[in-house]
Design a protein around this ligand. Structure first.
Ligand code: 13P
Ligand code: SF4
Length: 312
C-alpha cells in the first residue's frame, strides 16, 4: 500500500493535522504538517483549527495535545509509545513528595503524565525552562520534576536551589562522557551540542545546550562544519537535510549499542500512523477532572512564553 498517498487523502477528508517530534522516523517527519520540539508542538496543538490531531510522538505529548483540545479527537499511532522519564515519576509517590514542601511551587517538565500535570503549577519544556524559572521572583521556592539532569542544569544556570525529583531519560542519561572526550580529541574543531536531559558531566563539556529545535537552529546558523551531537538520533534527519555539507557525529551510549534511538519514539511507524488516522484510534481519553486541572499549568506556560517572546 502507498501509505503516503492514503495518508494525504485521509487527512484532507478528516480535516486532520499530523504533528511530529524530531525523534520520529524520517518518513513520519517527512509527511507531518509540523515537526518540532515539545514547545512548538504544544503551541501548534493549542492553535490548530483541525478536527483531529494525529500525534506522532510519545504518550505525554499526545496527552498534552488532548489537555489543550478536550473536544478534539487526538490519536497516537502506538498507545504503548511511553517515556522512561514520565514513568520515573508515578503520581502517588509524587503527591507525597510535594506534600513535604507545602510552601514550594511545583514546576514540571512537560515529559510527565497528565496526572503529574494536575499536581503542577507550571509546565516547562527544554525550550523555555531557564527563561520561565528566571521570570519568577528570586525567593520563590520551587520543586522541579521529573528530570534531575534538566533541573540541575537550570539550578546551575540560574543560581536557584530547586528541589529535584530523581528522574531521568533512559536515552540521554546514558550518553557516554568518555565517548564525548574521545570524540572531542579526534575532532578538535567540532562543536559539542547537547540536550539538557544529558547528565552534568556531558553538559559541562558542551559548546551549546538546548532543546531539539534550538540544537537544529544552532547547526543551521553556525559557520562550523562538524558537530558532536548528544541527543537522540532522529534529529539528524533535519540537521543533515538543512546542512548537507556539514558533518554530524552522534554521541554513543554506555551500552553496547551505539545507536541512541528512543525505543518509545520509534514505536510509531508510517503504517500505524495511517491506521490511526483511518480508524480514529487509538485515541487519548482523559477524565473531566484531569482535563480541567491538567490544562491550567500548560496554558500558564504558553502565556508566559508568549509574554517573554519565546513563542509567537
Ligand atoms: P524537546 O524536543 O522539547 O527538546 O524534547 C526532547 C525529548 O526528550 C522529547 O521527549
Ligand atoms: Fe522520553 Fe527520553 Fe524518549 Fe524523550 S528520548 S521520549 S525523554 S525516553
Amino acid at each position: 500500500m502507498d501509505f503516503v498517498n492514503e495518508i494525504n487523502k485521509l487527512r484532507k477528508e478528516k480535516n486532520a493535522i499530523i504533528l511530529a517530534h524530531y525523534y520520529q522516523v524520517a518518513e513520519i517527519q517527512d509527511i507531518a504538517d509540523y515537526v518540532g520540539d515539545s514547545l512548538g508542538l504544544a503551541q501548534q496543538a493549542s492553535t490548530t483549527k483541525a478536527d483531529m490531531i494525529v500525534f506522532a510522538g510519545v504518550h505525554f505529548m499526545a496527552e498534552t495535545a488532548k489537555l489543550l483540545n478536550p473536544e478534539k479527537l487526538v490519536v497516537l499511532p502506538d498507545l504503548n509509545a511511553g517515556c522512561s522519564l514520565a514513568d520515573s515519576c508515578p503520581p502517588l509517590p509524587f503527591k507525597h513528595f510535594v506534600e513535604q514542601y507545602p510552601d514550594h511551587m511545583v514546576i514540571s517538565y512537560i515529559n510527565c503524565s497528565a496526572d503529574i500535570k494536575t499536581m503542577s503549577d507550571l509546565i516547562c519544556t527544554s525550550g523555555n525552562a531557564v527563561q520561565l524559572v528566571e521570570a519568577l521572583p528570586k525567593d520563590q521556592k520551587i520543586i522541579f520534576a521529573p528530570d534531575k539532569n534538566l533541573g540541575g542544569y537550570i539550578n546551575r544556570i540560574t543560581g536557584r536551589d530547586m528541589i529535584l525529583w530523581d528522574g531521568t531519560c533512559e536515552v540521554h542519561d546514558i550518553l557516554s562522557t568518555e565517548a564525548v572526550i574521545r570524540m572531542k580529541m579526534e575532532h578538535p574543531h567540532a562543536k559539542l551540542i547537547a540536550h539538557p536531559e544529558c547528565k552534568a558531566t556531558v553538559l559541562e563539556l558542551a559548546d551549546f545546550i538546548g532543546s531539539t529545535t534550538a540544537l537544529l537552529a544552532y547547526t543551521q546558523k553556525s559557520k562550523d562544519d562538524t558537530f558532536i551531537v548528544a541527543t537522540e538520533t532522529g534529529i539528524l534527519h533535519q540537521m543533515q537535510r538543512s546542512s548537507p555539507d556539514k558533518r554530524f557525529l552522534i554521541v554513543p551510549s554506555d551500552e553496547t549499542c551505539s545507536c541512541n534511538d528512543c525505543p518509545y519514539m520509534k514505536m510509531n511507524t508510517i503504517e500505524k500512523l495511517y491506521l490511526a488516522l483511518k480508524n480514529g484510534s487509538p485515541s487519548i481519553e482523559l477524565t473531566p477532572d484531569v482535563l480541567e486541572k491538567g490544562r491550567k499549568p500548560i496554558e500558564k506556560m504558553l502565556e508566559m512564553s508568549l509574554k517573554l517572546g519565546l513563542i509567537k
